[in-house]
Design a protein around this ligand. Structure first.
Ligand code: IPD
Length: 281
């Protein structure tokens, strides 16, 4: 039987490579930064340009109206952020813009394309373009870094685990207090370490490769994590809401982990604070 998504998957990988080359080139010049929802929510001309390149490449390949798009920078400019029953690409042109502008982190440039169909992920692509590592996964077909299969860690002992989290872009004191209180409680479980790469997509790939046991964040957006969701799942990991319930892509809350034991132990320590949904009217 013909596999309808293979062509789209292969094309996503090719587009990610093309966009990654653009991002690498842009990183060689001075990067001018602008702000969005707050003074720490950053965007550059590269984010906007690369998103346009990705969307126009996809429209050219599949037709103007065949698919829908949710792109971080288009949503920032007022485009809707809702999943319909039409195949939808969810795009974050540069995940970790703060890393990108400082040019400091090994994974400062990153791009991901994700195709959703009927609200579940068919495949995900995360291109860590500085390292030239292509993380990808297709539903039911496994997860890969370049062409090597990847798998989550088999660690069941929280005391020997490494956990990742991020601070997001909301600096209201009551939220920051909860974030730090959660981090303190998790560190004191104790765990072996607490880390953060500065990009949600990379963090999820680190879970998928078994480099760390879990990543959680409240305040992320669907474009930060959509590709990672399928990559983690296909690598054998799990996704939950921060209250232990089912994961919801639009809720802006997520725990991704190698197994349920580790996920549930972290969840016990998470201090939840309210964030508006991505698809809120
Ligand atoms: C950000 C990164 C960061 C996470 C933020 C995101 P962006 O993405 O993924 O790790 O903490 O919540 O907004 O805005 O640089 O694409």
């Amino acid at each position: 039987m013909e596999d309808p998504w293979q062509k789209a998957y292969d094309f996503a990988v090719a587009v990610a490579r093309k966009a990654g080359a653009e991002i690498r080139k842009a990183g060689e010049s001075e990067i001018r930064v602008m702000t969005k929802s707050s003074t720490v929510d950053l965007v550059t001309k590269t984010d906007e340009r690369v998103e346009k390149i990705i969307i126009s490449s996809l429209k050219e390949e599949f037709g103007e109206d065949a698919h829908c798009f949710i792109g971080e920078e288009s949503v920032a400019k007022g485009e809707p952020c809702v999943l319909s029953d039409k195949p939808t690409w969810i795009i974050d042109p540069v995940d970790g813009t703060t890393n990108f502008k400082t040019k400091k982190n090994f994974s400062f440039e990153l791009l991901k394309d994700d195709l959703f169909k009927l609200s579940f992920v068919e495949f995900g692509v995360v291109y860590s373009c500085l390292e030239d590592k292509m993380y990808k996964a297709r539903k039911g077909k496994g997860a890969f870094c370049d062409d090597e299969p990847i798998q989550v860690s088999d660690m069941k002992d929280i005391n020997k685990s490494i956990i990742i989290s991020e601070h997001g872009t909301d600096r209201s004191p009551e939220k920051v207090t909860k974030i730090f209180s959660t981090m303190q409680k998790i560190l004191c479980i104790p765990v072996h370490g607490l880390r953060g790469s500065g990009t949600a997509a990379t963090n999820m790939c680190l879970v998928a490769t078994g480099a760390v046991e879990a990543f959680f964040e409240i305040g992320i957006h669907c474009w930060d994590i959509a590709a990672g969701v399928i990559i983690v799942k296909e690598a054998g990991g799990i996704l939950l809401d921060v209250d232990g319930g089912p994961f919801d892509l639009m809720s802006r809350r997520m725990v991704s982990a190698n197994n349920e034991l580790i996920a549930k132990r972290i969840i016990k320590e998470i201090e939840i604070f309210p964030v508006g949904r991505d698809d809120a009217p």
